[in-house]
Design a protein. Structure first.
Length: 491
């Protein structure tokens, strides 16, 4: 009788109050307004309407049709994969925390609506308990509700195409795998990307790069090239980037030698030991037209500059036929200078076409030639004469030349005032009578002629006998007589 009153009041009625006195878990659900018993369909009913008694010990006092039960009347509406899952996969003692409820076989009570009450929290509580903020009900992967735009690091450009696992690495924590989604350093690009520049340009990669691609460079006009290994100076400062970075700005070009960018303008002229001599030996970044190759440097070459050569512009020797040529094999004067003598100098006097045999590099008029080496050594007044007095100018291919192929006879330069009177064997030998100091006949000896002077004749002036005559040859003093007779002079 005492047990009856636990459920029945005196008078035989079964009231909810007596039921809830024992079933305190239902009371708690109703107070917290959770679960089926807190729904409008149940709160107005008496417990006995669903849960009748006295039908035997094997009677199922909780009788729910799992196929037709409307789970939306509970605090947890089934959607996605939950709607397809068998009831007892969730309503099982292993997911019930309350030990008292866990003892009730086949109960549908005791479950929590939080995901981690049934599912393992693979994030190990690092992302909170609201799994539905990121995940849908169909599948944990992908996290369809997650919006990276709402994160502290908004994905743009190429980042949008990167797989999550590339940035969110998996580590081992508490002896389990954990993919890191929080605590990732993203203040600088170098947190994920290798700094190709090794800190030279500071930590702010976005001052030059964009997220679309590292190969796309912005703010080129303000880029400070001096922070690189190659500072732009001179003409390089005005060159467009793509002229050096031909394969793209992301490719580091060679720059150790000028020919890494510039064509060997001299076409091998300065190749030494199979290596091209670097341009900076002679040029600087101000321009190729200027050269730092000095006269002192030229002195170390095979042709030392002396005299007037010191004032000659480079192109006069090294620019021929519209081409620069610095490696000159031939070093003879005739390689640059015209041969003004027209080939008139005997080969024996001018070996190897070396003008220095007569001239100096100071000027052409400065002649050092030793005339005594010829068949006509200079004597007397000849020593005071310029070369051109004897080696007269002739026109040769519209160039004035000086001829040296001359006979050593006096009449080659001087007029024969005697009109051929002293020709002997086709040659006039003036030196038989004259010396080289003046035209006085100091060498003439009348005693060696066919009319030696003796007696009164030796005191007679020459002109008394040798009179001036005039004929088809012109006027001249007659020294030769066909036959010497007294009557020629004496009447």
């Amino acid at each position: 009788m005492s047990n009856c009153t636990k459920c029945h009041n005196i008078g035989g009625q079964v009231r909810n109050a007596e039921c809830l006195t024992c079933h305190t878990e239902i009371t708690q659900l109703q107070k917290s307004k959770k679960g089926l018993h807190a729904s409008a369909d149940v709160t107005g009913k008496k417990c006995i309407q669903c849960h009748s008694e006295h039908h035997g010990r094997t009677f199922r006092i909780v009788n729910i049709n799992t196929k037709s039960f409307d789970h939306s009347k509970t605090s947890f509406q089934l959607s996605g994969k939950h709607a397809k899952t068998d009831c007892y996969e969730c309503h099982t003692p292993k997911y019930i925390n309350d030990e008292k409820i866990k003892k009730h076989k086949g109960t549908f009570l005791g479950l929590s609506a939080t995901c981690n009450s049934c599912h393992t929290d693979v994030h190990q509580a690092s992302l909170g308990n609201n799994c539905e903020n990121c995940h849908g009900m169909e599948s944990f992967k992908p996290a369809i509700k997650f919006n990276h735009d709402k994160a502290r690091f908004v994905l743009t450009g190429a980042h949008l195409k990167v797989d999550c696992s590339k940035c969110h690495l998996t580590i081992i924590k508490n002896e389990q795998k954990l993919q890191q989604f929080k605590g990732i350093d993203f203040a600088n690009c170098s947190s994920c990307h290798q700094d190709f520049h090794k800190g030279k340009f500071g930590p702010k990669c976005n001052s030059c790069h964009v997220t679309e691609s590292f190969r796309v460079i912005k703010n080129l006009d303000s880029f400070d090239h001096s922070k690189t290994n190659y500072k732009l100076l001179g003409k390089h400062a005005s060159v467009e980037c793509k002229q050096c970075h031909t394969s793209g700005l992301h490719v580091k070009p060679k720059y150790e030698k000028c020919i890494d960018c510039h064509t060997d303008y001299h076409k091998g002229d300065f190749v030494k030991n199979n290596f091209v001599t670097d341009c900076r030996i002679c040029h600087d970044v101000k321009g190729f037209q200027l050269t730092s190759f000095t006269i002192e440097e030229h002195a170390k070459a095979n042709f030392k500059l002396t005299g007037a050569h010191l004032a000659v512009p480079c192109q006069s020797c090294h620019f021929k036929n519209d081409k620069w040529k610095f490696k000159i094999e031939k070093k003879e004067c005739s390689s640059c200078h015209s041969e003004v003598h027209g080939g008139s100098i005997p080969s024996g006097l001018l070996k190897n076409n070396d003008c220095l045999a007569c001239h100096t590099t100071n000027q052409w008029k400065e002649v050092t030639y030793d005339h005594s080496a010829t068949k006509f050594p200079l004597l007397g007044s000849h020593l005071n004469q310029s070369c051109t007095k004897c080696h007269v100018r002739n026109e040769f291919e519209k160039r004035v030349i000086i001829s040296f192929k001359k006979k050593s006879e006096c009449v080659e330069c001087h007029n024969d005032v005697h009109q051929g009177q002293f020709i002997k064997n086709g040659i006039v030998k003036c030196e038989s009578c004259h010396q080289f100091n003046n035209w006085k006949p100091e060498q003439f000896d009348h005693s060696k002629t066919s009319f030696p002077l003796d007696g009164a004749h030796s005191k007679v002036y020459c002109y008394k006998c040798h009179k001036q005559v005039a004929d088809e040859k012109g006027k001249y003093i007659k020294y030769k007589f066909g036959e010497v007779k007294c009557a020629l002079c004496h009447l």
